[in-house]
Design a protein around this ligand. Structure first.
Ligand code: NAP
Length: 296
């Protein structure tokens, strides 16, 4: 009999991940702040709890997939939170992208209750969450990681053990620094090519068949030239991650000239009211700066 799993945070990523746990046969207890997002999970057999506390009281492993550090602190450490209901010997696996120092703080609070914690943020987006092909970047005790690998396998195709608590969160920030810069570079170059008069479809095809390609160009190049920014990863979440990068690189005295400029450009897009769109909407800011309209 597989152990009961709890899942908290059924947003773009969490809903796909939770469905894959049900498909793998785990009895699942879910909670989402806005109740309606739990309906799909209830239909396929998950129990919908009324609070994070109720989830943890029913589960031996509790997975969280929430927006940001304050949300994770609130859900795990707050009133009616995970630590209020949890049993000694349980494990918390936080897959959200949050501050590495908050990951360590939560692990320390969990330890006081005899509970282990892994920070296990993910590489991959909405499609990989739905298909069960995410990659987990794990911080915490190695034995705890190994003991819980089966759960990660139900949601992903691979996982890497990075080191002690907080190290998974650091690794995720390293990756999102690159993703943010890559997409800005792509947007800037596409706008240049469009203004010069290159056929946009041909341009993306050539980029994706040469060394100029990136994960971003392959996943989002075609939609960016069409002006389609349907959200897979919201701009506001990328801004959150760039702010975490700024905090942590300042702490470690690491100069980040390119990341800093890119952070300003994403902030401009956010100020223009594009927070909830996909972060590839940075393309619109670049088009506006270059004075070109959608049709060019
Ligand atoms: P999302 O769709 O916005 O979902 C966020 C979830 O957090 C929702 O369930 C939301 O509940 C919940 N939440 C937010 N604040 C809360 C609070 N104070 N208390 C309780 N619940 C709260 O975001 P997502 O795209 O799934 O991303 C989730 C995490 O994964 C983020 O840390 C993100 O950076 C990371 N990530 C995302 C991607 C991606 O491509 N989308 C890829 C890798 C990593 P409501 O439904 O009630 O708002």
């Amino acid at each position: 009999m597989l152990r009961q799993i709890g899942f908290i945070g059924l947003g773009i990523m969490g809903s796909g991940m939770a469905k894959n746990l049900v498909k793998a046969g785990y009895p699942l207890n879910v909670y989402n702040r806005s109740l309606e997002k739990a309906e799909g999970l209830e239909k396929i057999g998950a129990f919908v709890a009324k609070s994070p506390k109720e989830v943890s009281a029913r589960s031996g492993a509790i997975i969280t997939m929430l927006s940001d550090s304050p949300a994770v602190e609130n859900v795990i450490l707050g009133d009616n939170g995970v630590l209020e209901g949890i049993r000694k010997g349980s494990v918390i696996v936080d897959c959200s992208t949050i501050s590495p120092r908050v990951s360590v703080k939560i692990a320390n609070e969990a330890e006081k209750k005899g509970v282990e914690m892994l920070d296990a943020p993910v590489a991959g987006s909405k499609r990989q969450a739905e298909e069960g092909t995410l990659i987990f970047l794990v911080g915490g005790k190695k034995q705890v990681y190994e003991d819980n690998m089966q759960i990660l396998k139900a949601m992903g195709k691979n996982s890497f053990y990075i080191g002690q608590n907080g190290m998974g969160s650091y690794m995720k920030l390293v990756m999102n620094m690159i993703n943010a810069i890559n997409l800005q570079a792509l947007a800037e170059a596409l706008v240049f090519g469009m203004k010069a008069g290159i056929d946009p479809d041909l341009m993306v095809e050539i980029i994706n068949s040469t060394g100029a390609r990136s994960g971003g160009s392959e996943a989002k190049g075609k939609s960016m030239i069409k002006g389609n920014y349907e959200t897979a990863f919201a701009l506001k979440l990328m801004c959150k991650d760039m702010n975490l990068v700024r905090e942590e690189t300042r702490n470690l005295d690491v100069p980040t000239p390119t990341t800093s400029i890119v952070n300003e450009l994403y902030t401009m897009a956010k100020v223009k009211g594009k927070s909830d769109l996909d972060y590839s909407v940075i393309m619109e800011v670049m088009k506006e700066m270059a004075g070109i309209s959608q049709k060019q």
